[in-house]
Design a protein around this ligand. Structure first.
Ligand code: NAP
Length: 252
Protein backbone atom coordinates (compact mmCIF):
# COMPACT_ATOMS: atom_id res chain seq x y z
CA UNK A 1 0.00 0.00 0.00
CA UNK A 2 1.24 3.48 -0.87
CA UNK A 3 2.30 5.34 2.26
CA UNK A 4 1.15 8.95 2.28
CA UNK A 5 3.50 11.38 4.02
CA UNK A 6 1.91 14.01 6.21
CA UNK A 7 3.84 17.27 5.90
CA UNK A 8 3.20 20.11 8.34
CA UNK A 9 4.09 23.51 6.89
CA UNK A 10 4.51 26.31 9.41
CA UNK A 11 3.21 29.17 7.31
CA UNK A 12 2.36 32.84 7.19
CA UNK A 13 4.38 33.64 4.05
CA UNK A 14 3.85 33.61 0.28
CA UNK A 15 6.45 30.83 0.02
CA UNK A 16 4.52 28.68 2.52
CA UNK A 17 1.38 29.05 0.43
CA UNK A 18 3.28 28.20 -2.77
CA UNK A 19 4.76 25.16 -1.08
CA UNK A 20 1.32 23.98 0.07
CA UNK A 21 0.04 24.43 -3.49
CA UNK A 22 2.91 22.35 -4.84
CA UNK A 23 2.61 19.64 -2.18
CA UNK A 24 -1.16 19.41 -2.70
CA UNK A 25 -0.34 18.21 -6.22
CA UNK A 26 2.02 15.47 -4.99
CA UNK A 27 0.29 12.07 -5.00
CA UNK A 28 2.06 10.76 -1.91
CA UNK A 29 1.73 13.82 0.28
CA UNK A 30 -0.92 15.18 2.59
CA UNK A 31 -0.25 18.76 3.59
CA UNK A 32 -1.40 20.75 6.60
CA UNK A 33 -0.51 24.44 6.89
CA UNK A 34 -0.34 26.08 10.29
CA UNK A 35 -1.03 29.80 10.65
CA UNK A 36 -0.41 31.84 13.77
CA UNK A 37 -3.70 33.71 13.41
CA UNK A 38 -2.15 37.19 13.40
CA UNK A 39 -3.80 38.31 10.15
CA UNK A 40 -7.56 38.82 10.29
CA UNK A 41 -8.31 37.41 6.82
CA UNK A 42 -5.31 35.43 5.56
CA UNK A 43 -4.96 34.07 2.04
CA UNK A 44 -5.58 30.38 2.56
CA UNK A 45 -3.52 27.62 0.93
CA UNK A 46 -4.93 24.31 -0.37
CA UNK A 47 -4.83 21.28 1.93
CA UNK A 48 -5.76 21.35 5.60
CA UNK A 49 -5.27 24.55 7.56
CA UNK A 50 -5.06 24.94 11.33
CA UNK A 51 -4.85 28.30 13.08
CA UNK A 52 -3.30 29.45 16.37
CA UNK A 53 -0.26 28.76 18.53
CA UNK A 54 0.63 25.24 19.66
CA UNK A 55 1.66 26.22 23.18
CA UNK A 56 5.43 26.29 22.76
CA UNK A 57 7.80 23.60 21.47
CA UNK A 58 6.25 20.85 23.63
CA UNK A 59 2.79 21.62 22.28
CA UNK A 60 4.10 21.51 18.73
CA UNK A 61 5.88 18.20 19.36
CA UNK A 62 2.66 16.78 20.78
CA UNK A 63 0.65 17.99 17.77
CA UNK A 64 3.21 16.40 15.45
CA UNK A 65 2.95 13.03 17.24
CA UNK A 66 -0.84 13.14 17.56
CA UNK A 67 -1.40 13.99 13.89
CA UNK A 68 1.27 11.59 12.67
CA UNK A 69 3.32 14.25 10.94
CA UNK A 70 6.19 12.75 8.93
CA UNK A 71 8.05 15.95 8.12
CA UNK A 72 8.05 19.55 9.22
CA UNK A 73 8.79 22.57 7.03
CA UNK A 74 9.37 25.85 8.83
CA UNK A 75 8.22 28.30 6.16
CA UNK A 76 7.54 31.13 8.59
CA UNK A 77 8.79 34.63 7.94
CA UNK A 78 12.58 35.02 8.33
CA UNK A 79 11.89 37.18 11.43
CA UNK A 80 9.60 34.68 13.18
CA UNK A 81 12.56 33.53 15.28
CA UNK A 82 10.59 32.08 18.20
CA UNK A 83 8.60 29.78 15.96
CA UNK A 84 11.77 28.67 14.17
CA UNK A 85 13.39 27.79 17.50
CA UNK A 86 10.24 25.96 18.57
CA UNK A 87 10.21 24.01 15.31
CA UNK A 88 13.82 22.90 15.80
CA UNK A 89 13.13 21.78 19.35
CA UNK A 90 9.84 20.02 18.49
CA UNK A 91 11.35 18.20 15.49
CA UNK A 92 14.13 16.87 17.69
CA UNK A 93 11.67 15.79 20.41
CA UNK A 94 9.27 14.09 17.98
CA UNK A 95 12.08 12.66 15.79
CA UNK A 96 10.78 14.12 12.52
CA UNK A 97 12.95 15.73 9.83
CA UNK A 98 12.84 19.53 9.65
CA UNK A 99 13.57 21.87 6.77
CA UNK A 100 13.66 25.68 6.92
CA UNK A 101 12.29 27.41 3.82
CA UNK A 102 13.88 30.87 3.71
CA UNK A 103 13.78 33.20 0.75
CA UNK A 104 17.22 34.79 0.27
CA UNK A 105 17.85 38.18 1.87
CA UNK A 106 18.24 41.37 -0.17
CA UNK A 107 21.63 42.50 -1.43
CA UNK A 108 22.63 46.17 -1.57
CA UNK A 109 23.28 47.62 -5.01
CA UNK A 110 25.24 50.60 -6.29
CA UNK A 111 23.59 53.78 -5.09
CA UNK A 112 21.99 52.21 -2.02
CA UNK A 113 22.48 54.02 1.29
CA UNK A 114 21.79 51.15 3.64
CA UNK A 115 22.44 51.09 7.37
CA UNK A 116 22.47 47.54 8.65
CA UNK A 117 21.23 47.07 12.24
CA UNK A 118 20.66 44.06 14.47
CA UNK A 119 17.26 44.99 15.91
CA UNK A 120 14.30 47.37 15.81
CA UNK A 121 15.73 49.05 18.92
CA UNK A 122 18.99 49.75 17.10
CA UNK A 123 17.01 51.05 14.11
CA UNK A 124 15.16 53.44 16.43
CA UNK A 125 18.35 54.76 17.99
CA UNK A 126 19.84 55.46 14.56
CA UNK A 127 16.78 57.18 13.04
CA UNK A 128 17.05 60.74 14.44
CA UNK A 129 20.47 61.10 12.78
CA UNK A 130 19.09 60.04 9.39
CA UNK A 131 15.78 61.82 8.85
CA UNK A 132 12.53 63.24 10.18
CA UNK A 133 9.82 61.65 8.04
CA UNK A 134 10.06 57.91 8.34
CA UNK A 135 8.44 55.23 6.20
CA UNK A 136 8.23 52.31 8.64
CA UNK A 137 7.59 48.97 6.95
CA UNK A 138 8.63 46.57 9.69
CA UNK A 139 5.08 45.44 10.50
CA UNK A 140 2.64 46.35 13.22
CA UNK A 141 4.32 44.23 15.87
CA UNK A 142 7.31 45.96 17.43
CA UNK A 143 6.16 49.57 16.95
CA UNK A 144 6.86 50.10 20.65
CA UNK A 145 10.56 50.39 19.75
CA UNK A 146 9.74 53.69 17.98
CA UNK A 147 7.15 55.02 20.45
CA UNK A 148 9.47 57.50 22.19
CA UNK A 149 10.75 59.22 19.03
CA UNK A 150 8.52 62.25 19.43
CA UNK A 151 10.50 64.51 17.09
CA UNK A 152 9.93 62.19 14.10
CA UNK A 153 6.85 61.60 11.97
CA UNK A 154 6.04 58.06 10.85
CA UNK A 155 4.14 56.53 7.98
CA UNK A 156 3.46 53.00 9.20
CA UNK A 157 2.44 50.41 6.63
CA UNK A 158 0.90 47.20 7.90
CA UNK A 159 -1.65 44.54 6.94
CA UNK A 160 -3.84 45.11 10.00
CA UNK A 161 -4.15 48.21 12.19
CA UNK A 162 -1.38 48.68 14.77
CA UNK A 163 -2.12 48.76 18.48
CA UNK A 164 -0.41 50.89 21.12
CA UNK A 165 2.28 51.54 22.11
CA UNK A 166 3.02 53.32 18.83
CA UNK A 167 4.74 56.56 17.81
CA UNK A 168 2.72 59.65 18.74
CA UNK A 169 3.07 61.32 15.32
CA UNK A 170 2.00 58.61 12.92
CA UNK A 171 -0.20 57.91 9.88
CA UNK A 172 -1.16 54.35 9.04
CA UNK A 173 -1.38 52.85 5.58
CA UNK A 174 -3.23 49.54 5.64
CA UNK A 175 -2.02 47.44 2.75
CA UNK A 176 -0.26 44.20 1.92
CA UNK A 177 2.12 43.38 -0.88
CA UNK A 178 2.94 42.95 -3.63
CA UNK A 179 3.77 46.63 -4.07
CA UNK A 180 4.62 48.33 -7.38
CA UNK A 181 7.61 50.57 -8.03
CA UNK A 182 5.34 53.39 -9.17
CA UNK A 183 3.26 53.04 -6.04
CA UNK A 184 6.33 53.15 -3.80
CA UNK A 185 7.76 56.19 -5.61
CA UNK A 186 4.43 57.94 -5.10
CA UNK A 187 4.38 57.18 -1.37
CA UNK A 188 7.91 58.57 -0.88
CA UNK A 189 7.04 61.68 -2.84
CA UNK A 190 3.58 62.39 -1.43
CA UNK A 191 4.64 61.95 2.19
CA UNK A 192 8.05 63.62 1.71
CA UNK A 193 9.73 60.56 3.22
CA UNK A 194 13.41 61.05 4.03
CA UNK A 195 14.26 57.68 5.59
CA UNK A 196 12.92 54.12 5.17
CA UNK A 197 13.03 51.32 7.74
CA UNK A 198 12.67 47.70 6.68
CA UNK A 199 13.46 44.20 7.84
CA UNK A 200 15.64 42.18 5.47
CA UNK A 201 12.59 40.15 4.50
CA UNK A 202 13.84 39.36 1.01
CA UNK A 203 11.61 38.44 -1.94
CA UNK A 204 10.16 40.43 -4.83
CA UNK A 205 6.80 41.42 -3.37
CA UNK A 206 8.17 44.17 -1.13
CA UNK A 207 11.48 44.95 -2.88
CA UNK A 208 10.29 47.95 -4.99
CA UNK A 209 10.53 50.25 -1.95
CA UNK A 210 14.29 49.65 -1.99
CA UNK A 211 14.52 50.69 -5.64
CA UNK A 212 12.37 53.76 -4.98
CA UNK A 213 14.59 54.74 -2.03
CA UNK A 214 17.74 54.25 -4.13
CA UNK A 215 16.33 56.46 -6.90
CA UNK A 216 15.39 59.14 -4.40
CA UNK A 217 18.74 58.94 -2.58
CA UNK A 218 16.96 58.13 0.68
CA UNK A 219 18.79 56.19 3.43
CA UNK A 220 17.38 52.79 4.37
CA UNK A 221 17.73 51.20 7.79
CA UNK A 222 17.80 47.43 7.20
CA UNK A 223 17.21 45.13 10.16
CA UNK A 224 19.32 41.98 9.80
CA UNK A 225 17.73 38.53 10.07
CA UNK A 226 17.99 36.30 13.08
CA UNK A 227 19.95 33.13 12.23
CA UNK A 228 18.25 29.84 11.32
CA UNK A 229 18.65 27.44 14.29
CA UNK A 230 21.86 25.41 14.04
CA UNK A 231 21.81 22.15 12.11
CA UNK A 232 18.54 22.85 10.27
CA UNK A 233 18.89 22.47 6.48
CA UNK A 234 17.68 25.47 4.46
CA UNK A 235 15.83 25.62 1.13
CA UNK A 236 15.72 28.94 -0.70
CA UNK A 237 12.59 28.27 -2.78
CA UNK A 238 9.35 26.25 -2.59
CA UNK A 239 10.70 24.06 -5.45
CA UNK A 240 13.76 23.15 -3.39
CA UNK A 241 11.50 22.29 -0.48
CA UNK A 242 9.38 20.01 -2.69
CA UNK A 243 12.58 18.22 -3.74
CA UNK A 244 13.47 17.72 -0.07
CA UNK A 245 10.03 16.19 0.61
CA UNK A 246 10.36 13.91 -2.45
CA UNK A 247 13.73 12.67 -1.23
CA UNK A 248 12.08 11.77 2.08
CA UNK A 249 9.57 9.44 0.52
CA UNK A 250 12.13 8.09 -1.93
CA UNK A 251 13.97 6.87 1.15
CA UNK A 252 10.91 5.19 2.65
P1 NAP B 1 7.18 34.36 16.40
O1 NAP B 1 7.44 35.57 17.21
O2 NAP B 1 8.34 33.57 15.93
O3 NAP B 1 6.23 33.34 17.19
C1 NAP B 1 5.49 33.71 18.32
C2 NAP B 1 4.46 32.62 18.58
O4 NAP B 1 3.44 32.65 17.59
C3 NAP B 1 5.04 31.22 18.50
O5 NAP B 1 5.67 30.87 19.72
C4 NAP B 1 3.79 30.41 18.20
O6 NAP B 1 3.00 30.22 19.36
C5 NAP B 1 3.02 31.33 17.30
N1 NAP B 1 3.25 31.06 15.88
C6 NAP B 1 4.13 31.68 15.04
N2 NAP B 1 4.03 31.20 13.80
C7 NAP B 1 3.09 30.22 13.85
C8 NAP B 1 2.53 29.34 12.88
N3 NAP B 1 2.92 29.38 11.60
N4 NAP B 1 1.58 28.47 13.31
C9 NAP B 1 1.16 28.43 14.60
N5 NAP B 1 1.65 29.24 15.55
C10 NAP B 1 2.60 30.13 15.17
O7 NAP B 1 6.25 34.72 15.17
P2 NAP B 1 5.82 36.15 14.59
O8 NAP B 1 7.05 36.87 14.14
O9 NAP B 1 4.87 36.78 15.53
O10 NAP B 1 5.04 35.69 13.29
C11 NAP B 1 3.74 35.15 13.38
C12 NAP B 1 3.27 34.74 12.00
O11 NAP B 1 3.33 35.85 11.11
C13 NAP B 1 4.12 33.64 11.38
O12 NAP B 1 3.25 32.77 10.70
C14 NAP B 1 5.02 34.38 10.39
O13 NAP B 1 5.37 33.58 9.29
C15 NAP B 1 4.13 35.54 9.98
N6 NAP B 1 4.86 36.76 9.60
C16 NAP B 1 5.77 37.30 10.46
C17 NAP B 1 6.45 38.45 10.07
C18 NAP B 1 7.51 39.06 10.94
O14 NAP B 1 8.10 40.07 10.53
N7 NAP B 1 7.84 38.51 12.10
C19 NAP B 1 6.18 39.03 8.82
C20 NAP B 1 5.22 38.45 7.99
C21 NAP B 1 4.57 37.32 8.39
P3 NAP B 1 3.12 28.88 20.25
O15 NAP B 1 4.42 28.97 20.97
O16 NAP B 1 1.91 28.94 21.12
O17 NAP B 1 3.08 27.71 19.29
Amino acid sequence: MMHVKHVLVLGGTTEARRLAERLAGEPRVRVTTSLAGRVASPRLPPGDVRVGGFGGPDGLAEWVREHRVDALVDATHPFAATMSRNAASAAAQAHVPLLALRRPGWVAQDGDRWHSVASLAEAASLLPALGERVFLTTGRMGLAAFAELHSLWFLVRSVDAPEPPCPRRMDVLLDRGPFSLDGEREILRRHRIDVLVTKDSGGDATAPKLTAAREAGIPVVVVRRPPVPGGVPVAATPDEAVEWVRRLYASG
